[in-house]
Write a protein that binds this ligand. Structure first.
Ligand SMILES: Cc1cc2nc3c(=O)[nH]c(=O)nc-3n(C[C@H](O)[C@H](O)[C@H](O)COP(=O)(O)OP(=O)(O)OC[C@H]3O[C@@H](n4cnc5c(N)ncnc54)[C@H](O)[C@@H]3O)c2cc1C
Length: 548
């Protein structure tokens, strides 16, 4: 590899790394991205996993957070010029219940209000009010999610909120922000069908419906899905990675695979580069940006002598959330759903008995049990992008977000869980149970399977060290590790005890997902002119105004 002196070295090639490197490279920084695996992209990968011609998004698949996020706003045109194309749908999500009933969310407020009204009189207006409520506070709500909270910008946002809402309004905003999904849903909608439509979405934020702040996330997601649909890149998530890498390279940057960073080089309290296993030192004169978990940052990459003991200890105690399983199916024909024909056109269908069903499965997983009735996320990428499989075939992306890392037992009392590790046998038997559940809604599933590939929590951890304990979100999002306290209270935000060393990735604020929020926040901070220069510019503007 070219061992040069870079402006910035980025450790890991997840979406936050690539967005950060692209933003810096475009402004003339000489950047180097180092990835330990054979492919770039971290939790974004597209592969013919099951059969030739079936292009599966192996991990993440749905890009509303990217398309609605700040990195896409800044880089979208450059990426489109390098071949990235987004496809979307008017039928982003729905829930199918065991009794054959279903409920849907589209990209139109009136259609959604009518759909909820169909289930219970009054819920249509409740929906309109809920959407209007988030819309009226959009600047604040999305401001919170896109701001470095421990910074001047964070303080500015708090001041703006106070000016706009007043003392009482701010108190209400804060209370609503920490409310649980259950409390918000049950005080807003009468119909349990409406609860079951939205409750599964909190799983996609790493929470459960009884967790603090899950109500806030439910409202944000409801608004975001209605406004943004369920976009995916044509051809698979890897096309986003390809275009970001091309953009970085077009600006002179370097992206290397098979490079395991084993140490951050620190001198006089300042990061000066990294040491790559089997290669040696790669130096960086302006920043080292690490997309890793706190456990790796403080437990492996930094010499204990370079970090205060209490920060190192807090990093060691960083907690991971529930584990996850992915199941990929290649089918000889499209899934034929029983019940409402809209199920076959919907990008993501949740199978659940409702709010209490999600709550129970989350609680079982958190107590170490395989849930008796998991919430099954049935992703249907072909409803948005037909190019993912040969004509007339079917392809399913299944996600199970309520699993324990160490399995103490089976809440259904069916499966032998052995020593509690994720063996191949436990993985396949659990996947069989889920396959049977889907089969109750998709009668042709069993007969049409051409290929199935299952990734257990252990497989996820093996594929990407940041998915520690099979946690797809790289760290529990319990309130003490979320918002102001992510990744952890002793060292929140993206700065570290080492000068010029920055911490990004799903473990850091604003958390997981493809929004690239942490990479963008750090890139923007690095691209800001130094304080003295900013002061001089402001002074000269004031002078000009004075002369005018
Ligand atoms: C199965 C699954 C499904 C998901 N579905 C969605 C979805 O549909 N939509 C959505 O918005 N989000 C989804 N998510 C969440 C989202 O994909 C992740 O939060 C996001 O991709 C994480 O990006 P990241 O920048 O934190 O880095 P990651 O993608 O975690 O990548 C980090 C990279 O750093 C590398 N690395 C770590 N340590 C080192 C080292 N020492 N040296 C060199 N390299 C190193 C790792 O190998 C890895 O490639 C999903 C996640 C999973 C796992």
């Amino acid at each position: 590899m070219r061992v040069a002196d870079y402006d910035a070295v980025v450790v890991g090639s997840g979406i936050n790394s690539l967005a950060c490197a692209a933003l810096l490279a475009r402004e003339g920084w000489n950047v180097c991205v180092l990835e330990r695996e054979r492919e770039l992209g971290g939790a974004i990968r597209t592969a013919e996993l099951t059969q030739p011609g079936f292009h599966h998004d192996v991990f993440s698949a749905w890009h509303p957070l990217w398309v609605g996020g700040p990195a896409h706003a800044a880089l979208g045109d450059d990426l489109a010029a390098r071949g990235l194309e987004y496809l979307n749908t008017d039928h982003p999500t729905g829930t199918a219940y065991p009794d054959g009933e279903s409920v849907f969310l589209t990209t139109a407020t009136e259609a959604n209000a009518a759909e909820l009204e169909r289930h219970s009189a009054g819920d249509g207006d409740a929906w309109r009010d809920a959407i209007a409520g988030v819309g009226a506070q959009a600047e604040l709500v999305f401001g919170v999610l896109g701001t470095e909270l421990w910074s001047g910008a964070g303080a500015g946002l708090a001041l703006k909120a106070y000016r706009r809402l007043g003392r009482q309004g701010l108190a209400v905003f804060g209370a609503e922000a920490v409310q649980s999904s259950r409390d918000w849903l049950t005080t807003t909608f009468r119909s349990e069908r409406a609860h079951g439509l939205l409750a599964p979405w909190v799983l996609h934020t790493g929470l459960g419906p009884d967790a603090a702040a899950s109500g806030f996330m439910t409202r944000v997601i409801a608004f975001a899905i209605e406004a943004g649909g369920m976009p995916v890149p044509r051809g698979g998530g890897a096309r986003l990675v390809d275009s970001l890498v091309r953009l970085i390279e077009d600006h002179g940057g370097v992206c290397e695979t098979g490079r395991d960073v084993e140490r951050i080089l620190v001198a006089h309290g300042q990061a000066e580069g990294v040491r790559v296993a089997g290669v040696g030192a790669v130096t960086a004169s302006r920043a080292v940006i690490c997309n890793v978990t706190p456990t790796q940052l403080y437990g492996r990459l930094l010499d204990p002598a370079d970090v205060p003991g209490e920060v190192r200890e807090a990093g060691r105690r960083f907690r991971f959330g529930r584990s996850e399983m992915q199941i990929h199916f290649a089918l000889s024909e499209p899934p034929r759903w029983s019940g409402d024909e809209r199920l076959g056109q919907t990008a993501i269908v949740h199978l659940t008995s409702g709010l209490d069903g999600v709550s129970r499965a989350v609680n079982e997983a958190e107590r170490g049990l395989l849930p008796a009735e998991a919430t099954v996320v049935v992703g249907q990428p072909l409803t948005v992008d037909e190019s993912r499989a040969p004509g007339g075939r079917g392809l399913l992306w299944i996600q199970l977000q309520e699993l324990p890392w160490r399995v103490k037992g089976d809440a259904a009392g069916e499966l032998e869980t052995g020593d509690g590790t994720w063996t191949e046998s436990l993985r396949e038997r659990y996947a069989d149970r889920i396959q049977a559940r889907i089969g109750l809604h998709v009668p042709n599933l069993e007969s049409s399977i051409l290929g199935r590939l299952v990734l257990s929590p252990a497989d996820l951890q093996t594929a990407n060290v940041n998915l520690a304990q099979g946690d797809p979100y790289s760290g529990s999002l319990a309130l003490d590790q979320n918002f102001l306290w992510r990744p952890f209270a002793r060292q929140p935000g993206h700065r570290t005890p080492v000068d010029r060393l920055f911490h990004i990735g799903a473990s850091t604020w604003p958390g997981p997902g493809l929004g690239a929020g942490s990479g963008t926040l750090v890139a923007n901070a690095l691209l800001q002119p130094p304080a003295a220069e900013r002061l001089a510019r402001r002074f000269s503007r004031l002078m000009q105004r004075g002369q005018a």
